[in-house]
Design a protein around this ligand. Structure first.
Ligand SMILES: Nc1ncnc2c1ncn2[C@@H]1O[C@H](COP(=O)(O)OP(=O)(O)OP(=O)(O)O)[C@@H](O)[C@H]1O
Ligand SMILES: Nc1ncnc2c1ncn2[C@@H]1O[C@H](COP(=O)(O)OP(=O)(O)OP(=O)(O)O)[C@@H](O)[C@H]1O
Ligand SMILES: [Mg+2]
Ligand SMILES: [Mg+2]
Lengths: 258, 258
């Protein structure tokens, strides 16, 4: 069965979408079958892979037990990478799902029948900057959580909240198998003291949970989304592309069961 | 009475907290009495002004009608700047407030009696990266919304959502006086094409709603929070301090009634 990973961090702007889009694209380039699911009403991952946003084209209905996932899946410009788009109305699902039965399990129950029918190697879920209902649903369905961490002080503050949350999800039995799959340092600028301090502090706490690959700050990564392209097609040889390819290889060393 | 402004943008990591902390500090430096309210469970603004986070030290109880605001208010290291801290349990208020009567007006009703007793010139509310219950409460109480906008493509995508939201809040009668007070360009790097494209696009749409002062990308701004200081005490002459002082003067030209 596919390995499901949620790219999540309640701190905003740390590179969740950039990591979800580019790690997924690099895994597909290495021959894996990948499905990227945009679970953020901002729908940045949707435009990041060049898909349009349309009202009704999100997991909203599927989370409430209506509609099916298969009809939402679209190909992207990358061979082996499919995506489920999002749009702003998905925000309304937070309230509706909160009031439904088994409200933490709606996402898992929506995608399970689909995953039983279609063979993917990896399911990547891009989460919004919060620990609300949508993120909690992703973490309840995921095998692992990938945590992008901007090498900045404010981003460091939220780290303890995340560890406690994973502990809680495991212990309450909603998803006993959830693990912190890895921490990805993003927007790393080796010239600044603050970046080095954050790396030292996080590696001290989390040891080998921290991916060795650091994603450098690279303006090409922030330009690519305006062309609806992952970095490997926008600028295949830039520092951002090199880093995400290295991250994908490191990721497969940890998770590839084949 | 005090002018209440909410610093808000559902896009994450655009400089909401950095703007709330530093604009408030610069307004106080210009002789204004300012109260900074941290309405984000991440509590970054709390540590940004050097306050500690303690369980129970947030507006959680006051939003549910228990407890008072005055006991939460603390002085900061800046003369004229007080702050109401936050902490992670405030996240639980989203669900409790959603189920309460007049759930959009809880924040306004909590702070009104306090503001009638204590004279402030400006109330600055730092919002989380979402359009959930806490942010909606801030916008229902606010006279104006200040929108920090990172000069990046993904940040641009969310802008139309914000305008529609303000329109809705005004028309539904929850806060007919709410206006978009201004858009602040943040992390501006004049050397990149994307920054210039975003500025042109936003100025084209929003005209003089866009503050002339642009906040440059400046590493000192990201270092200051690790010392619990606003930029004007951490490094008074750096580009970040110069920019936020200019923003404070521009802000007073728009709002100062005295
Ligand atoms: N390594 C990098 N170098 C330069 N820019 C980057 C890098 N990673 C991300 N960015 C840019 O920084 C901004 C924030 O990144 P992104 O939107 O991926 O973060 P996020 O965590 O998904 O944000 P949100 O919390 O809003 O979901 C974006 O404009 C993105 O293009
Ligand atoms: N002009 C700037 N130059 C350099 N770094 C900046 C600047 N403004 C903010 N930062 C840094 O960028 C990161 C994001 O800023 P900040 O946390 O203020 O954004 P936010 O919108 O409040 O995030 P969230 O959505 O999580 O609340 C922080 O680490 C901050 O220190
Ligand atoms: Mg994102
Ligand atoms: Mg913030």
């Amino acid at each position: 069965p596919a390995h499901i990973f949620a790219v999540s961090n309640q701190k905003g702007g740390v590179g969740k979408t950039t990591t979800a889009v580019n790690l997924s694209a690099c895994l597909a380039e290495l021959g894996k079958k990948v499905l990227l699911i945009d679970l953020d009403p901002q729908a940045n991952a949707t435009s990041g892979v060049g898909l349009d946003k349309h009202a009704g084209q999100s997991l909203y209905d599927a989370l409430l037990g209506n509609g099916d996932v298969a009809s939402l899946v679209q190909p992207t410009g990358i061979k082996g990478l499919h995506a489920v788009p999002s749009e702003v109305d998905l925000a309304g699902a937070e309230i509706d799902v909160a009031r439904a039965d088994r409200y933490l399990h709606r996402f898992r129950e929506a995608i399970s029948p689909f995953l039983a029918e279609y063979a993917y190697d990896y399911i990547c879920v891009d989460c919004p900057p919060s620990l609300g209902i949508l993120t909690m649903n992703a973490l309840t369905a995921a095998d692992s959580m990938i945590l992008p961490l901007q090498t900045e002080y404010y981003a460091l503050e939220g780290l303890s909240v995340v560890s406690r949350l994973i502990q809680k999800i495991r212990e309450q039995g909603d998803n006993p198998g959830l693990e912190l799959g890895g921490i990805v340092m993003t927007m790393y600028d080796a010239r600044t003291n603050i970046a080095q301090q954050v790396v030292d502090e996080v590696t001290g706490h989390f040891g080998d949970k921290v991916f060795e690959t650091k994603i450098p700050r690279n303006v090409r990564l922030s330009e690519a989304p305006s062309y609806g392209q992952p970095i490997i097609t926008y600028d295949s040889n830039c520092a951002g592309a090199v880093a995400y390819r290295a991250l994908a290889r490191e990721f497969l060393e940890r998770y590839d069961r084949t």
